[in-house]
Design a protein around this ligand. Structure first.
Ligand code: VGL
Ligand code: ZN
Length: 207
């Protein structure tokens, strides 16, 4: 199977407590991704985790903009930005990985969204579209050509990461049964269509 080869990598996106039920930006059934991801990780020779990692008063938080409500949009210097409840604050409990996620399989953990003025949905580039996280270099230096994505949330960090992956020339596959979505005003359907058009492979399962 292609995914077991050394030129493939599983990217596990943001499986953190704040995106699980009871968390600050909880995703419906967010915790349901843990079990399938633990199974997937055993089958890959390369595994990378991402961790949303915001400072307090991050510019993506509605609470940082007077009079703004969570889930509204504002314009920031790099373009439009959805505002979120405060979430995944550095060193807080909500920023921790789900306790049942088997993080021992991961070779690398990429943190993102740690600059105050810029959000970062993608595991490759911050939302300014330019600042790199270093993931592309990590994958390329290991001759990795295929990335498989799972985690939270399908329509934000997973989709942005998959779209950047194909744009950078990787073969990208999203494993939908190991993802859950926020689905903000039709964002899930929109992002599934965007990914399909961009050449991302969408699969229900690979195991
Ligand atoms: C995410 C919104 C804000 C995600 C992160 O992981 O999809 N969504 N920060
Ligand atoms: Zn975030």
């Amino acid at each position: 199977m292609k995914f077991k080869e050394s030129d493939s990598c599983l990217l596990v996106i943001d499986v953190q407590l704040d995106f699980c039920p009871g968390g600050a930006l909880s995703v419906d059934q967010g915790d349901h991704v843990v079990e399938p991801i633990n199974k997937l990780m055993k089958c890959f020779s390369n595994v990378v985790l991402t961790q949303d990692w915001h400072p307090e008063s991050h510019s993506s938080f509605a609470s940082s903009h007077q009079g703004s409500k969570p889930f509204s949009e504002i314009q920031l210097p790099y373009g439009s930005q959805t505002l979120w409840p405060d979430h995944c604050i550095q060193n807080s409990r909500g920023a921790e990985f789900h306790p049942e996620l088997n993080t021992a399989y991961a070779q690398s953990i990429i943190r993102k969204g740690f600059r105050h003025e810029v959000d970062s949905y993608s595991a490759f580039f911050e939302n300014d579209g330019q600042t790199v996280t270093g993931l592309q270099g990590w994958l390329s230096s290991k001759q990795i050509k295929n990335v498989y994505l799972a985690g939270l949330a399908t329509d934000f960090c997973v989709a942005y990461s998959a779209l950047d992956a194909v744009r950078l020339g990787f073969d990208a596959t999203v494993i939908l049964s190991a993802c859950r979505a926020i689905d903000l005003e039709g964002s899930l359907d929109r992002q599934l269509t965007n990914m399909q058009h961009a050449g991302v492979t969408l699969l229900e399962k690979i195991l």
